[in-house]
Design a protein around this ligand. Structure first.
Ligand code: C2E
Ligand code: CA
Ligand code: CA
Length: 722
């Protein structure tokens, strides 16, 4: 071999080495193996000895499935079927893994006829490529499986927005099959606006390349409505330009229904199906805005069912619910499309009436007419299971135009008007006016400060003398005065009703009684005063306390006084309820020695027969009759009757509100021997009262005390007497 041949051979070896090729060569004429595959064995991890053995017979480590493939490929080439010998096969490595190799080869005829025919080729590692191909194939398979079985709908769109692929979920959902979808644009579907929106979104993705997500209400081929959540994603080719857009959709119709249910729960009353407070407030907000734009009046109407609580308590909540549903239906039937009727909770309904006249008077007339219609319709009898009931509403109305007033303020006003309707006797309509509000505000601020009045000792006890016909002060009626830090002295007429409504009267009344008892105790040791009686007013609410008797006896006990010096003044309203219970309580206390007086006698409605059954010691002729003595014959007759009745029943009779000498004379003439009134003395603080009782009045039976010309100044007049 020449040096040049050597050099060529070396160059060839280097090139093969660099390319990772293992050269082999066979002489087809002699059958000699000129060069064997030799390099791959080291690559496969075999040692020298094993390498040598496999070089002789590589088929020992070729994958059995691939051996026939190699043979076929060689034969095909030898026979001239294939112009080249190409084959891919697996060889086992030392570690046992199969590694992919390829053989490329060809039969070569040596020039000059000297060398005959050679079969020459290379073996090289293709494992990486094969693995990649396998992976891609698996991925493709996985992708297809996912897409075909996905519950989500998948479609791909080309640049014209035509579908080039749809998965089974989509053709199922749209109910028209795959062919109805492929090659079509969304806008070609006769589903209306939503499909046009859909197509414009696809174009948007083609333009921007950004994903978009949205929800659409779509229609199937058979007209079924469904709501889908759709995500559009751009798909790029290798150069990075967008070739298709993929749309993945999810049917969220059910989810939407759930959402709607939650929504309904949040905005509608579950019992009546009417809008609830939240929705009402939302509507009111809009109503304010719309009236501001239009300049028209709107009205807010509060409706409260009278005595609903009693019905609920006596017939049970199920029946109460039936009534509320029925009332809701009746109200709904009266409404126009643009109006709202809502349930605020309990037995309160609220209506917003829109688009009334821009002139207030006319609007008032309109809403008044509507209010009367509601009044009438709710007054119809209710058939509730097997109960037939009649229930009435109280209705408060406030008009509004524009949004100067806040929602809270409007609601407050309608509420105030409704309470006024209740106050003036229920089953009626009241419009809000500002005087109402002032009264209510005063009242609620009084209510607040009244809670503090007892602990802050703001209640003062006044004593109004009670005088007999001998001119002797035999005792006094205890009357409360509230010394308010801001408003000054507040009279009972202005705070007792609130105390009664709030229940504070129970403690306040007990306070009056305790103070009176302490006073009696103090007087006990004073010979000039130990004969005095005191009368304390008892409110119905106090009397109705289950432990009323215990409360009162407890006070007597701890004050250690003789209860016979105490008169409790009750009114006819207490008897109206349970006469039997009233009598029992009175008897229980009378056993301790307490006396009872019927206050304001003649003004109530209790029957004479039930009055006769009460263990009363005294009746107090109401001051209205005394006041009318000279002007009104009826009053004079009534007074005579009361006196006669009292005397017959063995009860003491005392006249209240005696202001003039004529009144006093008339009473004496008709044998009334006990008096109370400005003529004898105003209600006064303790020190003043104690000064007054120190003075013994001359007998008045002969009418000699007439020195007092002006009422309300009697204490001074008494003191100034000789
Ligand atoms: P009442 O029990 O009928 O008390 C008599 C009221 O007539 C007192 O009003 C008294 O000041 C007033 N009066 C007395 N003499 C005359 C008179 O000659 N002419 C006129 N026009 N009025 C006279 P007052 O003190 O304002 O009390 C009003 C009502 O408040 C009382 O009416 C009583 O029902 C209630 N009240 C007062 N203190 C208490 C209390 O401690 N507990 C309860 N439950 N009610 C009380
Ligand atoms: Ca009284
Ligand atoms: Ca009275």
């Amino acid at each position: 071999m020449t040096t040049e041949q050597d050099a060529n051979k070396e160059r060839l070896e280097l090139a093969l080495e660099a390319a990772g090729l293992d050269l082999w060569e066979n002489d087809l004429v002699t059958g000699d193996v000129i060069r064997k595959t030799s390099k791959i064995f080291a690559e496969l991890g075999y040692g020298e000895e094993e390498s040598l053995s496999y070089m002789d017979d590589i088929f020992k480590i070729v994958h059995p499935e691939d051996v026939p493939l190699i043979r076929t490929a060689i034969n095909d080439h030898l026979k001239g079927i294939e112009t080249q010998y190409r084959c891919e096969f697996r060889v086992r490595s030392k570690s046992g893994a199969w590694v992919w190799y390829a053989n490329y080869g060809k039969i070569m005829d040596r020039e000059g006829g000297s060398g005959g025919r050679r079969f020459i080729g290379v073996t090289f590692n293709i494992d990486d490529r094969k693995r990649n191909e396998e992976m891609l194939a698996v991925r493709g398979q996985v992708w297809r499986t996912l897409v075909e079985n996905s519950p989500d709908t998948i479609a791909r769109y080309d640049r014209e927005c035509r579908r080039i692929y749809v998965n089974p979920a989509l053709s199922k959902l749209t109910e028209g099959g795959t062919n109805a979808l492929l090659g079509k644009k969304p806008s070609e579907f006769p589903g209306g606006q939503d499909y046009i929106v859909f197509e414009s979104k696809i174009r948007e993705v083609f333009e921007t390349g950004r994903d978009v997500e949205f929800e659409l209400n779509l229609t199937s081929h058979t007209g079924k409505k469904f709501c889908t959540h759709i995500r559009l994603t751009a798909e790029h080719d290798l150069s990075g330009s967008i070739v298709t857009v993929m749309a993945v959709g999810r049917d969220i119709s059910e989810l939407n229904m759930e959402r709607q249910k939650v929504n309904e729960m949040a905005f509608y009353d579950s019992l009546t199906g009417l809008p609830n407070r939240r929705l009402l407030i939302d509507r009111l907000q809009r109503s304010l805005a719309s009236s501001a734009r239009s300049g028209l009046n709107n009205a807010l109407i509060f409706i409260d069912l009278d005595n609903f609580k009693t019905l609920n308590d006596t017939l049970g909540h199920d029946i109460g619910d039936l009534l509320l549903r029925e009332a809701a239906q009746r109200l709904t039937a009266c409404m126009r499309q643009e109006d709202t009727v809502a349930r605020m909770g309990g037995d309160e309904f609220v209506i917003i009436l829109e688009k009334l006249s821009e002139r207030v008077q006319e609007a008032e007339f309109q809403v008044g007419t509507f209010g009367r219609k509601i009044l009438a319709i709710l007054n119809q009898p209710y058939q509730l299971a097997n109960h037939n009931r009649h229930i009435t509403p109280s209705i408060g109305i406030v008009l509004f135009s524009g949004n100067q007033l806040s929602i809270d303020e409007l609601m407050k006003r309608a509420d105030i008007a409704m309470y006024q309707a209740k106050k003036i006797g229920r089953n009626t309509i009241r419009f809000f006016d500002l005087d109402m509000q002032t009264a209510v505000e005063n009242r609620s601020s009084l209510e607040e400060s009244m809670k503090q009045a007892l602990p802050l000792q703001q209640f003062e006890i006044h004593y109004q003398p009670q005088v007999n016909d001998a001119g002797t002060i035999v005792g006094a009626e205890v009357l409360l005065r509230w010394q308010h830090p801001v408003h000054g002295t507040i009279l009972p007429a202005d705070f007792i009703p609130i105390a009664e409504e709030t229940g504070l009267i129970v403690d306040i009344g007990l306070h009056a009684l305790k103070s009176a008892c302490q006073q009696l105790k103090t007087w006990e040791k004073d010979p000039g005063k130990n004969h005095l009686h005191l009368a304390v007013n008892i409110s119905a609410r106090q009397f109705q306390q289950a432990d009323f008797v215990e409360q009162i006896t407890g006070v007597f006990k701890s004050a250690e006084i003789n209860p016979a010096r105490m008169t409790l003044e009750i009114t006819e309203s207490m008897v109206l309820g349970n006469v039997h219970e009233t009598i029992n309580k009175m008897h229980a206390l009378k056993e301790k020695g307490v006396k009872f007086a019927m206050d304001d006698f003649g003004t109530g409605h209790s029957s004479l027969s039930s009055l006769k059954r009460l263990p009363l010691d005294q009746i107090k002729i109401d001051q209205s009759f005394v006041h009318d003595i000279s002007e009104n014959d009826d009053a004079a007759v009534i007074i005579q009757t009361i006196i006669a009745m009292g005397n017959n029943l063995g009860m003491e009779v005392i006249a209240e509100g005696v202001e003039t000498a004529e009144q006093k004379d008339f009473l004496i003439q008709h044998h009334c021997v006990n008096f109370q009134g400005y003529f004898f003395g105003d209600p006064m603080p303790l020190d003043e009262f104690e000064r007054v009782i120190a003075i013994t009045l001359p007998p008045i039976r002969n009418g000699s005390i007439d020195a007092v010309s002006s009422p309300n100044c009697m204490p001074d007049a008494i003191i100034s007497l000789p």
